[in-house]
Design a protein around this ligand. Structure first.
Ligand SMILES: NC(=O)c1ccc[n+]([C@@H]2O[C@H](COP(=O)([O-])OP(=O)(O)OC[C@H]3O[C@@H](n4cnc5c(N)ncnc54)[C@H](OP(=O)(O)O)[C@@H]3O)[C@@H](O)[C@H]2O)c1
Length: 248
């Protein structure tokens, strides 16, 4: 498993919480250098300290992925400090849910800004470096909701379908540059996401659903490690997984 992970320079957005944090922890344990991006600086700093305490290398860079220049600064920090970027994990995301008729325009805007534009800014920041290096790996985070739509999560699903579309387009376009692209679509993973569901009916339903079926965040981290640890000529493009108990 360490093959393809040790000494890799990996930038992770949304590294301050569940999926991103678990991924950074697993990759660091396997010898990767991790560059951590999210808005909550205190969480990033303490993670970086934890990894350094175990002999790892880590950098905490406060980043709002809706700000193009901040995502560029995150990737540029990796380049400046370590000289290259091997993997860009576009993980930051939000999942507020409500029926469309509730007209939660602000939440629609935020989901599009973070889940779609944030991923695009991550691609924009890392792609020129990877093209120059003639090597690199994008890992973009979609969801089961990027494969299935249901009442109450149309906009979230739209953003996650968009991540898959962008990832497939990217996959086809980066062939000349020896760049790999993986899109990972998890089912219910224990997370802070339900905390941000403001519509009471949806909030209760999601909380109960997550309590019943969600699996730990290291399930996602292992999927990342699997994709990274393939031989360079093998490009794992899609991983879709669910808790064994999840029906939808
Ligand atoms: N958990 C699940 O069941 C599940 C299933 C399918 C897909 N996903 C996807 O997995 C990804 C990670 O979610 P999670 O489950 O780990 O949720 P989470 O615990 O709520 O973490 C979300 C992460 O995104 C970051 N983030 C949010 N807005 C941001 C912004 N404007 N700029 C930078 N970072 C921002 C948060 O950091 P700060 O608040 O510190 O900025 C946090 O680190 C998301 O894309 C989500 O859609 C999750």
């Amino acid at each position: 498993m360490t093959e393809g992970i040790r000494d890799k320079i990996v930038v992770v957005t949304g590294a301050s919480s569940r999926l991103g944090e678990a991924t950074a922890r697993l990759l660091s344990a396997h010898g990767a250098t991790v560059v951590l991006g999210a808005r909550r600086a205190d969480r990033l700093e303490s993670l970086a300290k934890e990894f350094e305490g175990h002999g790892g290398k880590a950098l905490a860079v406060t980043t709002d992925v809706t700000r193009r220049e901040q995502v560029k600064a995150l990737v540029d920090s990796a380049m400046h400090t370590y000289g290259r970027i091997d993997v860009m994990i576009n993980n930051a995301g939000l999942m507020p849910q409500a029926p469309l008729e509730r007209l939660k325009n602000d939440e629609w805007d935020r989901m599009i800004d973070v889940n779609v534009k944030g991923v695009l800014y991550g691609i924009a920041a890392a792609l020129p470096h990877m093209q120059r290096q003639k090597a690199g790996h994008f890992i973009n985070v979609s969801s089961v909701a990027g494969h299935r739509v249901g009442p109450g999560f149309a906009v979230y699903a739209a953003t996650k379908y968009a991540v898959r579309a962008l990832s497939e387009g990217l996959r086809q376009e980066v062939k000349p540059y020896n760049i790999r692209t993986t899109v990972i679509s998890p089912g219910a993973v224990a997370t802070e996401l339900p905390d941000f569901v403001t519509y009471p009916d949806a909030s209760k339903r999601i909380r109960t659903f997550y309590e019943q079926v969600a699996v730990p965040a290291d399930s996602f981290a292992r999927a990342v490690a699997f994709a990274m640890s393939q031989p360079p000529e093998v490009d794992v493009n899609e991983i879709l997984y669910r808790p064994t108990r999840q029906e939808l």
